[in-house]
Design a protein around this ligand. Structure first.
Ligand code: CP
Ligand code: NVA
Length: 325
């Protein structure tokens, strides 16, 4: 029998529509049987690196790895040789011999790609400058819980449409067969390469893509409304100009009037009330942000278990061929 290829999750489109649905189904199963899955039994160790700060990602990965029978090793910026005193490729070779999965929050997407290229164990993007794919698995799980099936739903994202969340809403949304509308000011819209990848994926799934500077157009009848900070980690010096630029894309009651009456509101958090989202909306009845935050735990547990099973490195009922390394 040939050795299965190691599966990584660096960008939302690394999972096909069917695979994404399999991960979300597994997440729902894990949510209702929280301590019933132990693909990291041993305990096996998972290395979790943070080059940027975090609350949700750090806690949900640490708790999730423990609940899967493993042991999380959280390594903060400046605590390892990775990337400054030792190449990413050499680090990947060393880590692969010691841990069962590598989770990394970093700046450049290219670093994650270099890590994955040399790693014999799954590598997971825990946020880069370009994508936040784990967040989107949690968001899709939340939308499914509140709206049922994902395909055919419309989802509007407003604000900094050139950031990691905008890119991931676009790619993960169309992978699920959704009608994704992204709205932001000129100069802060998704890169052409991301839009091209999204349109290609949408053609396979029946999803669709709208990129616009018109917030009302994006919001029109939307089932899901999402936003994110206007000042991402690393952009703090640009705060004044960004607040000026993105004002027309605030998710407030006036914006929500364009969406469907039963629309739900997502925000990956941390949120800055009265900037990208009004308190009346994030703290109002349409907001599902606390479910969304909790679902980071369940979605990432499912993702890690799925990657291990699909890579032939663990047994998880119903996933892959169940081969154990
Ligand atoms: N949403 C999110 O990734 O939050 P943290 O930055 O707190 O991990
Ligand atoms: N776009 C934000 C997401 C935070 C979870 C950032 O990169 O800072």
């Amino acid at each position: 029998m040939s050795t299965p290829t190691v599966r990584h999750f660096l960008v939302d489109t690394d999972l096909t529509q069917a695979e994404q649905a399999e991960v979300l189904d597994l997440a729902a199963a894990m949510k209702s049987d929280r301590y019933g899955y132990r693909p990291y039994a041993g305990p096996q160790t998972v290395a979790v690196f943070f080059d940027k700060t975090s609350t949700r990602t750090r806690v949900s990965f640490a708790a999730g790895i423990t609940e899967l029978g493993g042991s999380p090793l959280v390594i903060n910026a400046g605590e390892s040789q990775l990337g400054h005193k030792e190449s990413i490729s050499d680090s990947a070779r060393v880590l692969s011999r010691m841990v069962s999965t590598i989770v990394w929050r970093t700046y450049a997407q290219a670093g994650l790609e270099e890590m994955a290229a040399q790693s014999d164990v799954p590598v997971v993007n825990a946020l880069s400058d370009d994508y936040h794919p784990c967040q989107l698995l949690a968001d899709l799980l939340t939308i499914r819980e509140h709206k049922g099936a994902l395909a055919g739903l419309s989802m509007a994202y407003l604000g900094d449409a050139a950031n990691n969340m905008a890119n991931s809403y676009l790619l993960a949304g169309v992978t699920a067969g959704m009608d994704v509308r992204i709205a932001g000011p000129e100069g802060y819209l998704p890169d052409e390469a991301v839009v091209t990848a999204a349109r290609a994926r949408a053609a396979e799934t029946g999803g669709s893509v709208t990129i616009t500077t018109d917030a009302a157009q994006a919001l029109s009848g939307a089932d899901v409304v999402a936003t994110d900070t206007w000042v991402s980690m690393g952009q703090e010096d640009e705060k004044a100009q960004r607040v000026e630029l993105f004002g027309a894309y605030r998710v407030d009651e006036a914006a929500m009037a364009h969406a469907a009456d039963d629309a739900i509101v997502l925000h990956c958090l941390p949120a800055y009330r009265e900037y990208e989202i009004a308190a009346e909306v994030i703290d109002g009845p349409q907001s599902v942000v606390w479910d969304e935050a909790e679902n980071r735990l369940h979605a990432q547990k499912a993702l890690m278990a799925w990657l291990m099973a699909a890579s032939g490195q663990a047994e998880v009922a119903g996933i892959g061929d169940g081969a154990r390394r």
